[in-house]
Design a protein around this ligand. Structure first.
Ligand code: MGP
Length: 204
């Protein structure tokens, strides 16, 4: 995370970075491509299918593009109620139906304060694009949700039944967002069923 922060050039620094009199603006490439999504469910007509308001916004693969997108758009405190931001690996849709997510689940954290949600979202994004998790291949992406009752952050992973891997990801995520609160892991399979069967399967 620190490496990414250190690597990230502010626009002023980029402007000042001159090599032999020539402006050097080589972008800093990420390990892989990521996509930001936006879902504003408050605008959806009643009865519309889930996902009808989900939009792919921008795919990026440089540190510079990430900071620009984050600064200008993707802060959860800018979200209206009942809207979500997602940042997922390019090629994975933030839906239970996506083949990479179909057997997966999510770690969830609730946040009652908007500033806190922004911080946890940013720390998580930096950890994802900086490939900070031991099991990077298990990660699908992260979702920030603003809801009337409580805001939420969810880290989606691929193989819900692999308890050891999920526990390791959950412990690491808690460190990254720096929370002492208990966090719970739920299977997407359980979420598809009625609310009563949705308890957390793992916790850290
Ligand atoms: P949500 O937006 O993840 O949680 O799912 P929210 O709004 O906090 O509400 P709660 O149900 O957790 O209390 C809300 C509802 O949207 C789900 O119950 C599903 O009906 C639907 N939904 C959510 N997701 C992520 C999906 C999905 O990936 N696929 C489909 N088909 N429906 C989904």
């Amino acid at each position: 995370m620190a490496e990414i922060e250190a690597e990230a050039l502010t626009q002023t620094e980029a402007r000042e970075e001159v090599e032999g009199g020539v402006l050097n603006r080589q972008p800093h490439k990420l390990e892989r491509k990521w996509t930001f999504w936006f879902d504003n469910q408050s605008k959806v007509k009643q009865g519309a299918a889930w996902g009808s308001s989900l939009r792919k916004v921008y795919t990026f693969d440089t540190v510079e593009d990430f900071w620009c997108l984050y600064d200008q758009i993707f802060r959860p405190s800018k979200l209206p109620a009942n809207a979500d931001f997602h940042c997922f690996k390019a090629g994975i849709e933030p839906k239970w139906e996506d083949p990479e997510c179909a057997n997966g689940g999510k770690w969830s954290i609730s946040s009652s304060r908007k500033a806190n949600l922004d911080n946890m979202w940013l720390e998580t994004l930096m950890a994802l694009i900086g490939e900070q998790f031991d099991d990077n291949e298990e990660i699908c992406g992260v979702v920030a949700s603003v809801r009337p009752r409580q805001d939420k952050l969810a880290l989606w992973t691929k193989t819900a039944s692999n308890e050891a891997v999920q526990m390791s990801i959950g412990r690491k995520w808690k460190e990254i967002v720096d929370t002492a609160d208990k966090i719970l892991y739920s299977y997407h399979d359980d979420s598809r069923r009625d609310k009563s069967s949705r308890g957390g399967r793992y916790s850290v």
